[in-house]
Design a protein around this ligand. Sequence first.
Ligand code: PLP
Length: 405
Amino acid sequence: MRNFEKSNKLDGVSYDVRGPVLEEADRMHEEGIRILKLNTGNPAPFGFDAPNEVVRDMIMNVRNSEGYSDSKGIFSARKAIEQYCQVKGFPNVTINDIYTGNGVSELISMCMQGLLNNGDEVLVPMPDYPLWTASISLAGGNPVHYICDEQAEWYPDIDDIKSKVTANTKAIVIINPNNPTGALYPKEILEQIVEIARQNDLIIFSDEIYDRLVMDGLTHIPIATLAPDLFVVTLNGLSKSHRVAGFRCGWMVLSGNKKHVKGYIEGLNMLASMRLCSNVLSQQIIQTALGGYQSVDDLLLPGGRIYEQREYIYNAINDIPGLSAVKPKAAFYIFPKIDTARFNIYDDEKFVLDFLHEHHILLVHGGGFNWTQPDHFRIVYLPKMEDLKFTTEKMREFLSTYKQK
Ligand code: PLP
C-alpha cells in the first residue's frame, strides 16, 4: 500500500497555538490530569456569557436560516456592518464591499488565497497571530516578519518595516489591537504605516477583531480611516466582543481606492461563492450585536472582570523575579519576557512544556507567535481570578528553582 503524506503545500506551515504543546496537554488530560488552559482566547468557557439578546436573536431566527444566503451574506448583517463602518469613518464602503465569513479565520485564508502567487511577499508583524503567517505560506507566499518593539509599547518598528519592503512585497498586515501583546496603535504609528503602503503600492490588511475590547479610556483608530486613497481590507467579528467564538461569525470590509484592485476583488468574489456562504444563523445576530448597548464595555471598565484581571496579571507578572511585561491596553493577552540568562533558557517550547508537566498549566511559547527568540510566552488572562492567582503563584515557585538543561 502506498503511504499518504500531507501535501507539500503544508511544508513550512505551522499553527502552534493548537500545536505540539496542546497535544501534550491533551495527552495528560486523557491520563486523568486536570489541566488549567490559558492557551486560547476563547471567552465562553471562562464564564463570559454571550449577551442574552444575541442568543435570543439566534433562537428566533433558526427557521429563517435553513437555506444558503447570498455568498457575501444576508442584507441585514451587511447593512449593520456598513453602518458600523460609517460611524467609525471608513471611506468608500457600500454594502457590496462587505463579506461575512465563518469567523475572521476563514476570511484571512480567503484573502491570502485570492492574492498571492508563489514567491509574493507579505509583511507580517512579529510576534503575530500565527494564522496570518500560516495562511500566507499556504497560499504560496513568503511571510516577511517585521518587528514589533517591546521597548516602545510593542508598536511596529517603522524602520524595520521599511527595510523589509522589496519588489515582491504585495501587502502589509497589521493586527490592531494586537494578539499576543495587547498593544493598541496610536495614530502616528498608523499614519507611518499608511505612508509606507502608499510609497510602495501595498494593500493593507488590518485585523481588528479586538477593536471593541479597549481599556483605559483609549480609542481604537481603524487604519482604513487614514487611507482613503489606498485599498484596505479590514477584518472583524463577534467571537471576542460578544463571546461567541463557537458561532463562527466574522466579516471583512473593502475600503478606500478600489480602481486598481478589480482583478483581486473578482478573485475574492469567486472564493466567497465557492464556499457558498457563511453560517446564516450566525449572520442573523450581527445587526443586534452591533447596534445599541455593548455589554462588553462593562467588562473593560474599572471593576469589570477583564479590566481587573488585566491589572492583576500585569502586576503579578512584573513582581516575579526574572519576568517583565508591558501593560496590555486591549484584548485579553499579556506577552511576558523571560530573563533567559538567569534560567539558562534556550528553548521556549521546552520552558512551556516543563511548566505544564510540573504544574499542569498550559501556556503558549513565543515561538507559537513566530517570535524568534526563546524569551517570551503568552498568557490568556480570561480565566477567573483565583486561577490567575494560582498560575502566577506556581510560576513564581517554578522559576525559583528552574534552570533549563
Ligand atoms: N485574528 C486574531 C488577531 C485573533 O486573535 C483571532 C482568534 O484568536 C482570530 C483572528 C480568529 O477569530 P475568529 O474566531 O473570528 O475566526
